[in-house]
Ligand binder design. Structure first.
Ligand code: Z5A
Ligand code: MG
Length: 211
């Protein structure tokens, strides 16, 4: 018999190299080991046609205006929405590495207006929880030098960090902040506890939209 319990929609956010991919992968694996249906996704989703343009932009082989790339990042989320919704309603928990908050903070850090940036993401599915890995960008230098992607510059990362803090305060009802300098294992343990409780709490709740 098909379950009528839905999955949870869990998002990881934070600056470059804070450990989002590490923690989101570990959480997904842990849930699967416990027999819980779970799927890991990430934005940008570079496998679509829009994602391919985004990839070329990030690798500095394609120039696009701030406005155009912003709208493409949002469109990249919209093109995945129906499949995310179908999975959640079928009972699969979605662990998502970056989401609309990344979309807004990188564009605002480059100088675009916050309300303008948020507008195209209105109506996307709202996460049940955002796990915000926080670290001072200057300290993250200890994790190796930046790569060659477009946004891997310290000055921009500082602005990005302040904007993530702004979301963390404003959306405190479902954002959970963690110190990205705790060990991988400490973080994994705290995050898993919250996630496993969340699964039970949201199973009978309707999905919400970003407003
Ligand atoms: N972007 C945007 O502008 N608009 C949008 O709408 C979206 C994204 C969705 C690419 O993103 C760029 O797209 C990004 C924002 C922009 N630009 N920047 N900057 P991405 O997600 O593809 O970026 P990435 O290449 O995956 O890097 P990342 O996500 O920033 O890294 P991370 O996933 O947070 O970190 P990690 O890969 O898990 O770990 C980094 C290193 O630290 C690695 O060596 C780990 O072994 C180590 N690590 C991890 N955890 C720990 C702990 N706890 N202690 C010590 N060391 C650790
Ligand atoms: Mg990553």
């Amino acid at each position: 018999m098909e379950s009528n319990k839905r999955g949870a929609f869990i998002v990881f956010e934070g600056c470059d190299r804070v450990g989002k991919s590490t923690q989101s992968n570990q959480l997904c694996e842990r849930l699967k080991e416990k027999g819980i249906a779970a799927k890991k996704i990430n934005f940008p989703n570079r496998s679509t046609i829009i994602g391919d343009v985004i990839n070329r932009f990030l690798k500095n082989t394609q120039e696009l205006s701030h406005e155009v790339i912003h709208l493409l990042f949002s469109a990249n989320r919209w093109e995945c929405m129906s499949s995310i919704q179908a999975d959640l309603l079928a009972g699969t928990t979605i662990i998502c590495d970056r989401y609309a908050y990344s979309g807004v903070v990188y564009s605002v850090a480059k100088g675009l207006d916050l309300d303008w940036c948020w507008a195209p993401d209105l109506g996307l599915l709202k996460p049940d929880a955002v796990f915000y890995l926080k670290a001072n960008p200057d300290q993250l230098a200890s994790r190796g030098s930046f790569g060659n992607e477009r946004y891997e510059k310290l000055e921009l990362q500082r602005k990005v960090s302040d904007l993530f803090d702004h979301f963390n305060e404003k959306e405190s009802s479902y954002w959970h902040q963690f110190d990205a300098f705790e060990t991988e294992q400490e973080l994994h343990s705290k995050i898993s506890t919250i996630a496993e409780n969340l699964l039970l709490q949201v199973a009978d709740k309707p999905l919400e939209k970003l407003t």
